[in-house]
Design a protein around this ligand. Structure first.
Ligand SMILES: Cc1cc2nc3c(=O)[nH]c(=O)nc-3n(C[C@H](O)[C@H](O)[C@H](O)COP(=O)(O)OP(=O)(O)OC[C@H]3O[C@@H](n4cnc5c(N)ncnc54)[C@H](O)[C@@H]3O)c2cc1C
Length: 390
């Protein structure tokens, strides 16, 4: 006996996206389990919002499923540069026949938009966590922290980068610690963003500035969300600086491309690692989002891969009667293979190439950037992969 066709474990951004796709595109009943779901939706969005860049394809897929994208800022130009060297590459969306490369959005606002579009009787929500799972031939029984249990035909694991549920079902992972920390914070600049994002390579690690707006009503046009990747041992030193001293260091690393940094908000730190599952499927279970792969944020691809996981999984489930059928899950695994491996490979090689101060690699990356600046075909390939259309 089954209580629900599909259980999604984890109501983070990946779990909500896959839930939306299944409810929109199939007739299966879905139960979404997360202990923090309602509390997360009640958090205020302010200047300290966590922000992500959605690739153009992710924007299109999310809209195709009937979600109204919350207020966001389009990225129309990208400048890639190397601090203290000649390598500089400028990309403009219109040169590739695009209106934009993607949109920058507060993670929380995107979560709320997905959540509010999920008010349907075919989706049940349970505010608790999954403790363990008993596996049998035709269904799974989930044992929950609230002492209840439920049966389903398919378990979709979207419990994030430290996924423990997946390991209990036999998923195994490859993991590489980068010995780097990402410091994230939002800043106000003295000049307007003009829809331009920056990726700057410094001796200490890559630095990204994404244009965003914390206050859509006021339509602020001088805010940037910063992801500053730095060697682990230097991160604590930076985090302990006063705001004034932190701004000085950040300005030194970024330069004056958008004038002076006027204000900095709350700083957060994320230790960085690459972690990816060897297989995306086990008996009546699949992994999606960060539970499938957790990437370095250097190219802003983590959740974008999660969206494509969700799209492939929903497409594989559409024609079948049993959502846990091996053939459907296997199609999901096969269709994700090339995109996953290309995106993981691209991200990992960017980390290696752009986090080094070794002379030969530095020269190579400057030649690469200069070459990329003049070669439209190299640019096109890069743009295709990072906008999600490869
Ligand atoms: C600094 C930084 C910058 C980034 N920038 C970008 C970007 O620009 N573009 C981009 O695409 N990506 C970016 N990413 C990646 C992106 O943030 C992640 O891919 C995404 O947030 C992961 O979402 P998720 O739902 O898979 O996992 P999570 O957000 O970790 O959600 C997991 C959920 O599962 C729940 N959970 C855990 N265990 C259980 C359990 N046992 N039972 C029930 N529920 C459970 C948790 O409560 C949580 O809500 C960035 C990441 C970092 C660190």
């Amino acid at each position: 006996m089954t209580d629900t066709d599909i259980v999604i474990i984890g109501g983070g951004i990946a779990g909500l996206t896959v839930a939306k796709g299944i409810v929109e595109q199939t007739d299966f009943s879905v139960t979404l389990i997360d202990s923090k779901l309602e509390a997360n939706m009640r958090r205020p969005v302010d200047f300290d919002a966590r922000v992500i860049a959605l690739a153009k394809r992710s924007v299109e897929e999310i809209r195709r499923w009937g979600v109204t994208l919350p207020e966001s800022v389009a990225i129309k130009h990208i400048e890639v540069s190397d601090k203290g060297a000649a390598g500089l590459c400028e990309l403009s969306a219109d040169k590739f026949g695009l209106t934009e490369f993607g949109e920058v959005v507060a993670l929380q606002r995107l979560g709320e938009a997905l959540f509010s579009s999920l008010q349907t009787s075919r989706l049940k929500r349970i505010t608790t966590s999954v403790e363990n799972i008993s596996v049998s031939q035709n269904n799974h029984q989930l044992h929950l922290a609230n002492k209840s249990s439920l049966n389903c035909k398919l378990v979709i694991i979207a419990d994030g980068g430290r996924s423990s549920v997946s390991q209990s079902l036999g998923f195994s992972y490859q993991q590489t610690a980068y010995q780097q920390t990402a410091i994230i914070c939002n800043v106000k600049m003295s000049e307007r963003h003009e829809n331009k994002a920056f990726e700057r390579f410094t001796a200490n690690g890559p630095l990204a500035f994404l244009p965003f707006t914390s206050s859509p009503q006021e339509n602020t046009k001088n805010e940037y969300s910063v992801v500053w990747t730095i060697a682990k041992d230097q991160a604590d030193r930076l985090l302990n600086l006063s705001d004034g001293h932190f701004i000085q260091q950040l300005q030194k690393a970024f330069g004056y491309r958008k004038g002076r940094i006027l204000t900095v908000g709350k700083k957060d730190a994320f230790p960085l690692a690459l972690r990816h599952a060897d297989r995306l499927i086990q008996h009546r279970s699949v992994v999606v989002g960060n539970a499938a792969q957790t990437l370095h944020p250097i190219a802003g691809q983590g959740f974008n891969l999660g969206v494509r996981d969700a799209v492939s999984l929903v497409d594989a489930l559409k024609p079948v009667a049993d959502p846990g059928a091996f053939d459907a899950l296997n199609i999901y695994q096969q269709t994700r293979k090339a995109d996953r491996s290309n995106t993981i490979g691209l991200t990992d090689s960017l980390v290696t190439l752009f986090s080094t101060s070794l002379a030969p690699l530095r020269i190579a990356r400057n030649i690469g950037l200069l070459g990329m600046n003049v070669s439209h075909s190299v640019q096109s390939q890069f743009v295709k992969q990072t906008t999600g259309f490869n």
